[in-house]
Design a binder for this molecule. Structure first.
Ligand code: 5RP
Length: 218
């Protein structure tokens, strides 16, 4: 199976977690896009969705799925999104697509976080995928120096601006042995809007696409 077929397989499996008559959170990226296409097939079952990016909102609307502002809803039953890496504790690295801030907000607003990914995303130790950090533009150099002190090699994502008007520094070459501790430390650096570690609020369920079918980890 191709990587896209594995992503499609988990996207289909995630539909099982969509509760009738609720508003759900929808993530960003190629795996989330497959999920949106599956969701379109059962769109009458849900009241609508909150999107984690402008691209996702556009895709949902393209399928005729109502998109709500998070401020206009009381809560979300489930959040479905992909990841760049996951460990066995369902701590994630996210933000490869640059949508990490809205993704973290929508995940926090959701009762359940279902992560969907192809099998290649499961790792023993997080950090081979460069950790994305969304930064207020004026703080870019100062934050980069702080990240070097933490042992990483920050690289500016050239020519990229987030939906929130900020820049991304991707931290290379950092083995993340204690994801929750690093997430907290990064949260304390002024100028960082959001870091791509989802460990303090990990996924509740990981649906992993493999050659032998969908593997569910909780
Ligand atoms: C976007 C994300 C995505 O979930 C992550 O990059 C995975 O993307 P894909 O499903 O395309 O592999 O965090 O900000």
């Amino acid at each position: 199976m191709t990587q896209d077929e594995l992503k499609q397989e988990v996207a289909r499996a995630a539909i099982e977690y969509v509760e009738t008559g609720t508003i759900i959170g929808v993530g960003t990226g190629s795996t989330a896009n497959f999920f949106i296409d599956e969701l379109a097939k059962i769109k009458n079952k849900i009241d609508g969705a909150v999107a984690s990016s402008i691209a996702t909102a556009d895709r949902l609307k393209g399928h005729g799925i109502p998109v709500y502002d998070l401020n206009d809803v009381n809560g979300l039953s489930v959040y479905v999104d992909g990841a760049d890496e996951s460990n066995k504790y369902l701590h994630l690295i996210k933000g490869g697509g640059g949508a990490l801030t809205r993704e973290k907000i929508v995940a926090a607003a959701s009762e359940k976080f279902v992560c969907i990914a192809d099998g290649s995303k499961l790792v023993d130790v997080l950090g081979a995928f460069p950790l994305p950090i969304e930064v207020i533009p004026m703080a870019r150099s100062m934050v980069a120096r702080e990240l070097v002190k933490l042992g990483g090699q920050p690289v500016l994502r050239e020519g990229f601006t987030t939906d929130n008007g900020n820049v991304i520094l991707d931290i290379h070459n950092m083995e993340i042995m204690e994801p929750t501790k690093l997430e907290q430390n990064l949260n304390n650096i002024p100028g960082i809007v959001t870091n791509g570690l989802f460990a303090l609020r990990p996924a509740d369920v990981l649906l992993l696409g493999t050659e032998d079918g969908v593997k569910t980890m909780k």
